[in-house]
Design a protein around this ligand. Structure first.
Ligand code: PEP
Ligand code: MG
Length: 774
C-alpha cells in the first residue's frame, strides 16, 4: 500500500516524540523500529549500525528475533545490508533471497520474509548504518515508499550521529580520521603548517524536522529566489563573472537552481516533515548518490551540486560571504574549489598561511596573486573535499605540490627536515642577493621582479632585483571598491618609483576585462571574455580611463623616467593609438607648464600570436617589448590558462613555442629593442634557462623565483646551452623538457629539484589517532 505524502510527516512527528522521552538508548531504538514498521505496513523493520572497520551490527529490530540484536554482524560489504552501506544507495527487492548478495543469518529468522527495502543512513556523504523494512509477501516497494524511508533515515542519521545511544559503536569515519596525502600542482612555492578553513564555509544543520510545512515552504521559496538572484547577479556583472571555468560553473549552478524537478523534490521533502535546510540536505544526498561513480565528469557535477547545496544552506542560515569575512584561525590554510584573485586579497595576510584551490592552473590570476603575496598554494587536488574537514591540521608542502592531511608524527618530523633544508637554500639565495646574475661565460642577464601591490615594495627592497619588469597596475583597481582617483593612482605609482630609487620600473597600463573584472565598472556579459573586450581594447574604446591613468603616471614620474607598456596588443594600429594618447598627455603637460618626466619610454606587450607577425612594423614604434608568455601561450596553444583541465595539456618547453619565442627575440635584437619575458615561465629555472638559451637577456618574475633563477644562471654556460638547444629545437625534439633536464645534470646546471626530502605519509593504519600540529 503506497504512502500518501503526509504519511512520512506523521512518522517524523512520532519519531520526535520518541526522541523527547527519557528512555535509555536501546528502548528508544526499539520504539523507533516499531514505529517505522507500523507506518510502513511492514512486518519487519531493523536498524544496522556501521562500526569503524566497516562491519554492520544489528542494533534494533521489530519483527526479526530479538536474540539476534547485537549478535548479528555483517562484515564490510557483506549481504544486502553491507551492499547498501557500501554503495550508499537504496535496494528494493521483491524476493530478497534470490539476490546474489543475500547473506542468510539463521539467528534472525528472516527466512519467512521475502520482499526487502533497505536505505543507507547517510550523514555528510558517509553511511552511518542501514535502515530496512521487510514483508512476508512478495511485493514491489513504490518510489514514494523508498523516498519516505530515506527521509526517515535522514532523521535517524542525526539521532545516530549524536552518538548518545551507540555506546561508542560508531567508529571514526576511516576516511576522515587517518593521515592522508593529496597531490596537486604547485601554484605558489612555500611550506605552511596550519588548520583548514573552507573558503565557502559549510553550514551544520541543527534543526531537521518541522511541524509547519507552510512556513518551511515559504522559507524555501524565499531562499530559492535569493539563490537565483545572486547567481544571475554573479553572471552579469559582479567580480566572480570570470572567464572559462568560473563562468561554466556559475552557469551550471544556474541551471540547477532553475530546475523545476529540484524545487519539486525539495517541497516534497518539506511536506514529509523536514525543515527547509533538511530538505536541501536530503535531496542533495540523494542526487549525489545517483550521480556518484560516473568518472571525472560526474565528479565535476558533484562539486557543483555540493556548492549549490552549500550556497542554499548559507542563504537559509542567513550567512553570506566567504571565510575571509569571518573569524580566521591564526594559521589558516584556506581550501576552495575555485577562487578569484580579488577574493584571495580579502584574506587577512597575517593569518593566511596557505591556499589550496581545486580548480586552478599555474598561470591563473589567483595563482599569480598568491605568489605576489608569498602565500604557499597548490591547485588541482582531486577529491580533496571528501578527505578534509574544517579545522583539520595540515601540512601544505607547496614545493612538492602535496597536502598532508592530519599528518602523522613521521611526516611532521620529515617536514621539519624539509623546512631546515629549505631555509638553508633560502640562506644560499640570500647570499646571492647582491651577486650580479652573470653566467659562467660572462653573459649578464637582468633579473627583474613582477609586482602590483604596495606590499610588494618591501620585498622589492630586499630582493636584489635589477628593477620591476612588470608592475600590474590593475591589482590596485581590483582591490578598490571604487575607481581610484588620479591622486590615489599617482600616489601609488610614486611610491613604487621611490622604492625603486634608480632601478627601472615598467608599469603596465590597465589590463582589465577577460578574467579581471572591476566590480564598479559596468561590464557586459561576454561568451568568451578571454577573447573579448579587455586590456588595450577597452582602453582605446574608453580613452578617458586610459588617459586618466597615464596622467597619474606622468605626475608620479616627474623629473624621472617613466616606462609604460600597453597590454594585449593584437594589431600594430592599437600600438600607434596608445602611443598617440600618451604623447597627447605629454603635450598637455607642456602646454599647461607642469613638470613632466625626464623621459618616457613606451613598450608593447607581446601576448597575442598575431603581433609576432607584425614585429617589423611594431618594433620601430616602441622602446622595448615585454613578452606576456601566459597569454601568448594560451592563445598559441588555444588552451585556457585558467582551466587546469586544458592548461596542462601543452608544455611551454616544446619546439613550437621555442621557435616562436626565438623569432621574437631575434627580431627585437635586430631592431636594437630590449625584450623581457615577464610571464610565469620566466620564473621557473628550467624555462628561464631555455629563454636565455634562445637569446633573452632580461627576465621578470615573482620575488621568490629570483634566487633559484639566479643560482641557475651562475652555473650556466649560456653559449654552450644555446647551441645544444638549437640542435634540439631544429630536430623538433618531442621530449624537450626531459632533454633539458638531462642537459642540466650533465653540465652541472643548478636547477633545484622538487626533492622528496619529506617522507611519504605512512600507510594508514586502522583507528590511528590523528595528530595535531601546533
Ligand atoms: C602574461 O600574460 O604573461 C602576463 C604577464 O600578463 P598577465 O599574467 O597579467 O595576464
Ligand atoms: Mg597577460
Amino acid at each position: 500500500m503506497p504512502w500518501r505524502t503526509s504519511a512520512p510527516r506523521v512518522l517524523i512527528r512520532q519519531l520526535r516524540e520518541v526522541m523527547a522521552r527519557p528512555d535509555d538508548s536501546q528502548a528508544r531504538l526499539n520504539r523507533i523500529v516499531k514505529l517505522i514498521a507500523a507506518n510502513m505496513v511492514a512486518e519487519v523493520s531493523s536498524i544496522y549500525v556501521c562500526h569503524g572497520d566497516g562491519s554492520l551490527e544489528l542494533f534494533a529490530t521489530e519483527g526479526l528475533r530479538q536474540e539476534a540484536v547485537h549478535k548479528t554482524r555483517l562484515a564490510r560489504s557483506e549481504g544486502l545490508v553491507g551492499l547498501i552501506a557500501e554503495r550508499g544507495q537504496p535496494i528494493s527487492l521483491r524476493h530478497a533471497q534470490s539476490h546474489p548478495a543475500f547473506s542468510y543469518k539463521p539467528e534472525t529468522g528472516e527466512e519467512s520474509y521475502r520482499s526487502f527495502l533497505g536505505v543507507p543512513i547517510l550523514r555528510g556523504g558517509r553511511a552511518l548504518g542501514v535502515l530496512t523494512v521487510q514483508n512476508a509477501i512478495e511485493r514491489e516497494y513504490e518510489q514514494d515508499e523508498v523516498e519516505a524511508l530515506q527521509t526517515t533515515a535522514m532523521v535517524l542519521a542525526e539521532v545516530l550521529a549524536s552518538g548518545a545511544m551507540l555506546n561508542g559503536a560508531l567508529g571514526p569515519d576511516p576516511k576522515r580520521a587517518l593521515s592522508q596525502t593529496v597531490e596537486g600542482a604547485t601554484l605558489s612555492d612555500g611550506i605552511a603548517l596550519g588548520h583548514v578553513v573552507f573558503h565557502e564555509p559549510r553550514i551544520a544543520i541543527t534543526r531537521l524536522v518541522s511541524d509547519d510545512p507552510a512556513r518551511e515552504t515559504a522559507r524555501l521559496e524565499e531562499a530559492l529566489g535569493e539563490l537565483k538572484q545572486s547567481l544571475d547577479g554573479l553572471l552579469t556583472h559582479a567580480e566572480l563573472s570570470r572567464a572559462g571555468a568560473h563562468r561554466d560553473i556559475l552557469e551550471a549552478y544556474r541551471m540547477f537552481a532553475n530546475d523545476q524537478g529540484w524545487a519539486k523534490r525539495l517541497k516534497e521533502s518539506i511536506a514529509a516533515g523536514l525543515t527547509a535546510e533538511a530538505a536541501v540536505e536530503r535531496v542533495h544526498v540523494d542526487m549525489r548518490v545517483k550521480i556518484a561513480g560516473g568518472g571525472p565528469s560526474s565528479d565535476r557535477f558533484l562539486h557543483d551540486l555540493d556548492d549549490l547545496a552549500n550556497r542554499m544552506q548559507r542563504i537559509l542560515a542567513g550567512r553570506s560571504g566567504t571565510a575571509a569575512s569571518g573569524e580566521l584561525p591564526k594559521d589558516a590554510i584556506v581550501v576552495a574549489r575555485h577562487m578569484g584573485a580579488a577574493e584571495l586579497l580579502d584574506y587577512d595576510r597575517e593569518r593566511l598561511r596557505g591556499v589550496i584551490i581545486e580548480d586552478c592552473g599555474h598561470s591563473s590570476h589567483v595563482a599569480i596573486v598568491a605568489r605576489a603575496l608569498g602565500v604557499a598554494a597548490i591547485g588541482q587536488t582531486h577529491g580533496l573535499f571528501d578527505m578534509v574537514e574544517p579545522n583539520n591540521p595540515v601540512v601544505l608542502d607547496a614545493e612538492a605540490g602535496k597536502l598532508h592531511i592530519r599528518p602523522s608524527l613521521e611526516v611532521i618530523k620529515a617536514f621539519a627536515d624539509k623546512v631546515r633544508a629549505r631555509s638553508k637554500r633560502q640562506a644560499q639565495y640570500e647570499r646571492l642577493r647582491d651577486v650580479p646574475a652573470v653566467t659562467q661565460d660572462k653573459v649578464r642577464v637582468s633579473l627583474l621582479m613582477n609586482a602590483g601591490l604596495t606590499m610588494d615594495l618591501q620585498q622589492f627592497r630586499d630582493s636584489g632585483a635589477d628593477g620591476i619588469g612588470l608592475y600590474r597596475t590593475e591589482l590596485q583597481f581590483m582591490i578598490a571598491s571604487t575607481y581610484p582617483t588620479i591622486a590615489q593612482q599617482a600616489q601609488a605609482y610614486g611610491a613604487v618609483l621611490d622604492a625603486a630609487e634608480d632601478r627601472p620600473v615598467t608599469f603596465r597600463a590597465l589590463d582589465v576585462g577577460g578574467d579581471k573584472i572591476l566590480p564598479y565598472l559596468n561590464h557586459q556579459h561576454e561568451e568568451n571574455p578571454a577573447l573579448g573586450w579587455r586590456a588595450i581594447r577597452m582602453s582605446l574604446d574608453r580613452p578617458g580611463l586610459f588617459r586618466t591613468q597615464i596622467r597619474a603616471m606622468l605626475k608620479a614620474a616627474r623629473g624621472r623616467t617613466l616606462r609604460v607598456m600597453a597590454p594585449f596588443i593584437t594589431d600594430v594600429a592599437e600600438c600607434r593609438q596608445a602611443k598617440a594618447l600618451i604623447e597627447r598627455e605629454m603635450e598637455r603637460l607642456s602646454k599647461i607648464g607642469e613638470p613632466a618626466p625626464e623621459r618616457v619610454q613606451f613598450g608593447a606587450m607581446i601576448e597575442v600570436p598575431s603581433v609576432v607577425w607584425q614585429l617589423p612594423e611594431l618594433l620601430p614604434l616602441v622602446d622595448f617589448i615585454s613578452i606576456g608568455s601566459n597569454d601568448l601561450l594560451q592563445f598559441f596553444y588555444a588552451a585556457d590558462r585558467e582551466n587546469p583541465r586544458v592548461s596542462a595539456r601543452f608544455d611551454a618547453l616544446s619546439p613550437a613555442s621555442m621557435r616562436m619565442l626565438k623569432t621574437i627575440v631575434d627580431q627585437a635584437d635586430a631592431h636594437g629593442k630590449p625584450a623581457t619575458v615577464c610571464g610565469e615561465m620566466a620564473g621557473k629555472p628550467l624555462e628561464a634557462m631555455a629563454l636565455v638559451g634562445l637569446g633573452f637577456r632580461s627576465l621578470s618574475m615573482a620575488p621568490a623565483s629570483l634566487g633559484p633563477v639566479k643560482a641557475m644562471l651562475l652555473s650556466l654556460n649560456a653559449r654552450h646551452l644555446a647551441a645544444a638547444l638549437k640542435t634540439m629545437v631544429d630536430a623538433g625534439e618531442p621530449e624537450l623538457r626531459r632533454k633539458l633536464n638531462e642537459y642540466c645534470a650533465a653540465n652541472d646546471v643548478n636547477i633545484p629539484r622538487k626533492d622528496a626530502v619529506i617522507a611519504e605519509a605512512p600507510a594508514p593504519r586502522e583507528g590511528e589517532p590523528s595528530v595535531s600540529v601546533h
